[in-house]
Design a protein around this ligand. Structure first.
Ligand code: FES
Ligand SMILES: [Fe+2]
Length: 413
């Protein structure tokens, strides 16, 4: 984010905190609970948003050098993502051209050749078919046109984008729209991948997404966890087409009051969360990026899968490694919410970050989502209400609906 934008956003947060008023969308909406349980809607979402829409599958740090690869089945199409010997990011249908077996079953690793386990046809990391056992018996195969099916794949500002259809249109600049330059400025291409948390929950993927859509619950549900580190009831919110920017204040935002604006930064003062349609929460703070990908479970509207990828700037990763090697105090999971410890310690360890996410997302946010899912499935409660202080919820749901040619949510003034 440009520093001048950071100042505007931080001023807005300080204004809300000073006035004791949260963001105001000026409107409320009713949302039908059916949106979380309807099988036909779930099928439409799956085919439009996951089977026929570009997917952000990771950052450049997932394929840190030629020869690295990873696989994903999260959006239905089995994908093998590689960095080929020339350093180019490629994506292929992870399916053997002989009898369709998934060629690679490991989640990630390093290999320049991939051998299908069934009859050992072998492919290179640029997709080329390079080996067929006993080809004389099998019959001749034109290897020049029997490589893995290639999918559109673009590495753009450090983000790895794939389209699940071989002839799909993939234009990341168009997807990011007016957020493009701002996202480019975070330099996510240089970030190092340090790990992943996976959460499978009994809640619709939109309910999972909704938990990232307001700060109203921070000082209630997260009073003893995230609420120790962040103020609730304050939000600098802006939409960018189908995407949005959602910034909420850390308690340390108050330290800015004594600094000239030229020194203001969101780094220690706020948490910046971008939503990228349809299923990505992209969280940036203190040399760290969390890519949160939320997927429906096909055919089961009440279940979803969330992957949280942890990425660190080279400086932050090096500092963390150096602190651990030198025996310096690294904040671990047990001190994740200890503000004093955070002030004193040299560095926040990965486990502390994971603890924050595990305890707040899985045990608190998603626990609420699972209860709401049960009520939605019962059907007696037909509608929910999105408040004036929950503008991201308005935006998600109206965007999903608009993308599926459904009428917008019903306004409640
Ligand atoms: S199915 Fe892959 S080699 Fe036969
Ligand atoms: Fe939450």
């Amino acid at each position: 984010m440009k520093q001048e934008t950071e100042v505007v956003v931080l001023k807005e947060l300080l204004r809300q905190l000073d006035e004791g008023r949260n963001v105001d969308a000026g409107v409320r909406y009713r949302v039908p609970t059916d949106a979380y349980v309807c099988p036909e809607l779930a099928e439409q979402e799956w085919s439009s948003f996951f089977q026929d829409h570009p997917q952000l599958i990771g950052l450049s740090g997932d394929l840190e050098e030629p020869g690295r690869y990873f696989t994903t089945d999260d959006f239905g199409t089995p994908v093998l993502a590689t960095r080929d010997d020339s350093g180019r990011f490629r994506a292929f249908l992870n399916a053997c051209r002989h009898r369709g077996v998934r060629v690679v079953s490991e989640p990630r690793g390093e290999s320049r050749r991939f051998m299908c386990p069934f009859h050992n046809w072998t492919y290179a990391n640029d997709g080329a078919l390079v080996g067929i056992p006993r080809e004389r018996d099998f019959g001749p195969v034109d290897k020049s046109c029997t490589g893995l099916i290639e999918l559109p794949a673009v590495e753009h500002h450090g983000m790895l984008w794939v389209h699940p259809k071989p002839d799909g249109e993939l234009d990341p600049a168009a997807l990011l729209g007016d957020l493009e330059e701002e996202l480019a400025n975070w330099n996510s291409g240089s970030f190092v991948r340090l790990g992943e948390t996976v959460i499978e929950g009994d809640l619709n993927w939109k309910l999972a997404n909704d938990t990232f859509g307001e700060t109203y619950h921070f000082q209630r549900l997260h009073k003893e966890t995230l609420g120790q580190l962040f103020y609730g009831d304050a939000l600098a919110y802006q939409t960018f087409g189908r995407n949005h920017r959602f910034v909420f204040p850390a308690r340390s935002i108050d330290e800015l009051r004594d600094l000239p604006e030229s020194e203001w930064s969101t780094d220690n003062a706020a948490n910046v969360l971008y939503y990228l349609f349809p299923n990505i929460q992209f969280n940036v703070s203190r040399g760290q990026i969390l890519v949160i990908k939320i997927y429906p479970k096909k055919g089961t509207p009440g279940r979803s899968l969330t992957r949280i990828g942890y990425y660190y700037s080279p400086e932050a990763a090096a500092a963390m490694a150096a602190a651990e090697a030198s025996g310096a105090r690294v904040i671990g999971a047990e001190d994740a919410y200890d503000v004093d410890a955070r002030d004193e310690a040299t560095i926040l360890g990965l486990e502390a970050t994971r603890e924050v996410f595990d305890s707040t997302i899985e045990q608190e946010d998603y626990a609420m989502g699972e209860r709401a899912q049960q009520v939605a499935e019962n059907g007696t409660l037909t509608h929910l209400l999105f408040g004036r202080n929950e503008p991201a919820l308005h935006h998600y749901h109206n965007t999903f609906r608009e993308a599926l040619n459904l009428p917008p949510l019903e306004r409640v003034d």
